[in-house]
Design a protein around this ligand. Sequence first.
Ligand code: FE2
Length: 378
Amino acid sequence: MDVSTEENGGVLVVTATTETARFHALWLRDNALDDETRDARNGQRLITLSDIPGDVRIAAAEAEGGQVVCIFAPDGHVARFPVRWLMAHRYDVADQAARLDPEIETWDGSLTPVPVADMRDLERDDAALSDWLGAAVRYGFAKVTGLGTEEGGLFRVVDLFGYVRETNYGRLFEVRSEINPVNLAYTGLGLQAHTDNPYRDPVPSLQILACLENSAEGGASAVVDGFAAAMRLEAEDPDAFALLSDFPVRFDYSGTSGVRLQSRQPMIALSPDGQIQQIRFNARSIAPVVDVPFEKMEAFYAAYRKFDAIIDDPDMAVTFKLDPGEAFIVDNTRVMHARTGYSGAGTRWLQGCYADKDGLRSKHAALTNRKEPASGRA
Ligand code: FE2
């Protein structure tokens, strides 16, 4: 390891193996791992920016074992940074912003095998649970078998990692044909691939659907990777991608008495540095588009049509028939779900509920020991 400073102590330069990275003195002082800067019990920061001198710089820096020891001026504060930690947090990289979170993997209809695990394994084996949660993070959906057909059994899936998100549809909702449905989901109509509840802000970020009966003709389930669809749209037509990510649309739901849910968000939501963060796509609940200038409305509709066609492309969909006792979970900010129409003899009865993916990601990270060291004594 090689350690030096530049710009009169304003910058630390670290070379470890073949990689070199620069760090600003202020950044290092703000992120120091010592017990005066961070609480050793919970890792939370004990200082605010105003506690750091505005003219902070590195008076001296040296390598010591696997650590870099920095003495800051003007206050003489000493902080030790494991080089492993520094390299894991380096920001001195070219091409920092990618379209996709590196933790995820996009897919199309050729994805095999579908991520799946047996409920009995998930409930007793942390390694199996970690793998399954990891697949849900990476692919944005995963199946469960062996859940049984008890009513409310889907809550056991949520119990694996988090909490149910209750809405006006209840703690759970029944997905089967109804005479006067409050939502077209509760009919035998086929449903185009969609994300649920885009009229909420924030949307429920996970949906779980469990099958109790499925003897109807049709009624297959399908999932489409919305991030893959957005990436394909950008590759085929960058201007269309820009229109759908630059302009918000509105979503609206008022199918239940006393409920009027509205949101204003883009179909393809990007972070400020351009990473795809969320897809909202639902033909049933999109409201009149009023936030696109007159001059761009035709181009906007052409872009919307292209995105729609990509989403409907059978090559994009992973299709499966959910058997009684099976369930699946989808990341409702990314993966769209669909079903084919069904009718005639037999019944199709699913129960659904919502949850949020902060809990899922947290459980996965905790199980895979990715928690960062709370202090420098790694
Ligand atoms: Fe849905």
